[in-house]
Every structure is written in structure tokens, then in C-alpha cells.
Design a protein around this ligand. Sequence first.
Ligand code: 1PR
Length: 547
Amino acid sequence: MTTFAAASKGEVTLLDYGAGNVRSVRNAIIKLGFTVKDVTTADEISKADKLIFPGVGAYGSAMDILRERDLIDPLKEYCASGKPFMGVCLGLQLLFDGSEESGGVEGLGIIPGTVRKFVGDDLIVPHIGWNTLDVKKNTGLLSDVPPNDRLYFVHSFRATPEPANSDWILATCDYGGEFVAAVQKNEVCACQFHPEKSGARGVGIFKNFLEGNIAESDDELVKSTAAGTDVGLARRVIACLDVRSNDNGDLVVTKGDSYDVREKDDGGDVRNLGKPVELAKKYYEQGADEVAFLNITGYRDLPLTDAPMLEVLKRSSETVFVPLTVGGGIRDFTDSNGKSYTSLEVASAYFSSGADKISIGSDAVYVAENYYENDKKKDGQTSVEQISERYGAQAVVISIDPRRVWVKDPKETKNKCIESKKKKGPNGETHCWWQCTVKGGREGRDIGAYELAVAMEDLGAGEILLNCIDEDGQGNGFDHELVGLVSDAAGIPVIASSGAGKPSHFTDVFEATNCSAALAAGIFHREEVAISEVKEHMKKENVPTRL
Ligand code: 1PR
């Protein structure tokens, strides 16, 4: 398939092997005025003038697909030919000798070194978010990235610089130690970060590649003088769009108070706060680090036939060049004609429509219940395990919808309790736990948010989106006790959600807990606070942030 752009500046060959979301790479290329030609046969690689390889998914399955399609030798020959090549994320890692991912797999062997998992005491893995580079060579590729700018990374494995690959290293990044952020030797370059998810600056990196501005310069490299909170991984600010059909069947962004999204007047209509694609674009332009769409009636609707939601993703990825997460309805189901779909098929439809990450709500609760009933045995068959295995842990977010339950005595529940330092229950109770719910908060289950997070990490999830029904829409700030409990328990990033009412609520939760990101909806939709104001406040309070 060839995608035509008006008055194309030239053709770019894209190696998309169908294992994840490359829609944004495609959209970035088209936005820059080039035409995309997809690789369908091996000889199209050798015929390419410019090749982009946005590796997605797990290392092992990517190499399997390349082998099955006889693409390994053509790729190696192309990289040796002196023609321009650009790899992204896994597309960088595959250039190395191999990876310990997927039990140890041989790579393309173009760059010496082995890709290994991040390790470090208390290091949160995956490395998700915006981080700064230490640029080592002055080539055109990164020439428009100011020295202290942050770019978007999402990965659990990384290559490290070593003497044998030193001639390849274009830039490194620090996360629990120095790792390879970008490589370049002549016309062959690759980035561990995602230019297509790094906003306008990232799209500029593609521009330099596509327009042939990547040669090494003799000018002295300007090194970053940034220090303190201006370097390193930023805490993220995420805009969330709860999406559902209103009573007229139009897909709208809505927002509840403690999950009740209907107006309080007689009509009781679904609250309508705007159009999903337009709002996503607005938040991207205001500086959102990510945008999340939650299809809040996904638990009862059929997401694969819910074409508007897939359409929202497709259209958003044309204008939003930061990561998109989508959730709602990711589970196995059988439609009214008796046709069955797996959760993996639902997730795949979301990925191919433009989602970078999917989020699982209700199904994760059922999966965790079975996990504990079966003595924490894993059978590889659950939605979480299957999607993580195919698309990588970093693509699987677990959305938890908990509600605080007060107890007189922690022995009243098998779930993890804390003694609250801030509040007391209605009958003077001092201890509480957070009960997971399913079906958009309609049904409570006998499992806590803490237990769910621990189980999900073990089953391969890469991130936790921690909502809180009690605080949702209240504007009183995030629930620090809940966020602290879960973020201390999890070795994966936790996104604090529910309750933001002003910029200081973001800095408060970042100071009080270990969470990696904070998400809000109502204050942004009602235009009470702009995302840029939150970022400015974070900067002023010395919280690492991407401006
Ligand atoms: O169970 O896998 O189908 O997923 C359904 C998804 O829909 C879940 O992620 C669940 O959190 C979400 N959801 C279901 N019902 C509602 C509802 O509001 N009635 N929304 C709902 C969840 C919570 C947050 C919200 C924050 C921030 N919304 O995402 O955006 O609380 O709000 P605030 O800043 O205004 O306080 P499945």
C-alpha cells in the first residue's frame, strides 16, 4: 500500500511488520510532505532510497517475523549499502548483536553489544517518560534539539555504551546508569526514544533524516549546561478523556463526580464536555506529556464494532505527537452472532488505530482474583500476559477503580490495610483498604488496589493508572495515602489519578509519593487550569518537568 501526499517531497520506505502502533511514524512522515511506501516483499528493502524501521513489540517476536519474511539479510545489506536508514526504539535494539529479552535472542549483529534489562535498586521499570540526552557527536540528526530538551522513551531493555560500539554512539541517556539513546554511523542512524512521540521537536528529527540533513559537522558540539531538576526523567502530566456515547449516540468527552457522569437536573443527560479529537489536540498543544482515552462504557459495549472510538484514535494520531493510551472493553467476548474475539484481538485493533498503550480495567480484576486463587501460578492465557508478551510490558496499563473501605480492625479483611493519618471513617474507624471495582465502579470485589497492583506487575503489566472513586471530580487533591501505598508496592510506574483541582495538587502528590505521573480530567475540560500552568508551577517548585 502506498499513501500519497499532495506534491510529495519524495518516497520513504517503511518497514511495518504489523506488530504494533506505527501509525504516528507514518503520520509524521506524511505531515512532513513525504510519501510512504510499505515493505511487502524482501526486494523492496534493497530498492528503497530511504528506509525507516520503527521496531515495535518484543525482541524475540520481531526477529521471528523478520526471519519468516526473509527480511534479515536484505536489512543487513541495506544498512551496509550507504543509503539512509533510521531505526526507532526496538529498531535501534535490533541492530545490536542480541538481547536478553525473550529468553536471549540473536539480533542483526550490525552494532557490537547485547541489549539487557534495566537493573538497579528501586529503579522503576519500564523507563517511561521524557528524559534528557547527553549528545556525543555533532551530526545533523539531533541538531534542532536544544541541549537540555527532553524526548519520550518507553522501554524495559537498553544497550549500553562500550569500547566496541563507541564509534556508533550519537547520544546517551541516564536512567539507573548510562545507556544508548541514539546511534549513527554515516547514513545509518537509530533512536531509542520515539521522535514521533516527542512532540514538534521529535518530528523535527524525522525532518532532518528525511531531508538528508544528518551529516557530521566540523563545528564544536554545544554541550548541555543543564543541571539539577533540568536533567533526567521528568514527572509526567497526563490529560484524560473519559469518552462515551451520549443519549443521541454521539461520542463525547464526559466527566463524572465519583463516576456519576449524568447531569443532576431532570433530564439527567450524559455531561458533554467536548469532542474527543479536538480536545486531545488542544491538550497536546498545551504541553500534555500524554493523552489517555477511556471508553467508559467499554465494559458493556463491543469495542471492535465501536468504530467511533477507533476513528477517534486514528484521527487523534494525525495531530497528537505524544503517546496515546486507550482503555475500555479489553477482554474476551462473544458477539450476538456467536462470534468470539480475544482480548488480544481487541487490543490489536486499538494499537493499529493509533494507541501506544492500552489500559485494562475490569478484566484485570478478574485476572488477579484467579491469580490468587491459583497460588499465583501463571498460565500465559490471560489478557494481561498475552498482550504483554506480544506488545511488550510497556504497552499494558492497568486502570484501577478503587473505593476506600473503612474497618475497625485490619483483621476484618484479607486485603492490605493502612492506618489513616488524615481521615477517620464515619464511625471513627482508623484503618482502611481500597476495594477494586469493575464495570465502571458499579460492582465492588473482594480484592484491594494493593493486591491488584502486585499481581499485575507479576503478570507482565508495565504501568498502573490509579484512579480513586472517592476523589474523582472532587477537586480536593489526589489521595496521597492510596497513591503512596500502591507506588511503594509497585516496581512499575504509577500514574496518580482523580481529585486534581489546582496546580499545587500535582506538586503535592509528586512530593508526597513515588508516583511517576499525575493525571487529571475535569480541571482541564472546564478550562479552570491549563496544562502549561501546571508545568510552570512544577518547574517553579523544582519538580523535573518537560516544558
Ligand atoms: O473496565 O476495562 O472496560 O475499562 C473501563 C475504563 O473506564 C476504566 O479505565 C475505568 O477507569 C473507566 N471508567 C468507567 N466508568 C467511569 C466513570 O467515570 N463512570 N472513568 C470511568 C474513570 C476516572 C478517571 C478520571 C480521573 C480524573 N474515570 O479516568 O479521568 O478520576 O478525574 P478528575 O481529574 O476530574 O478528578 P474496562
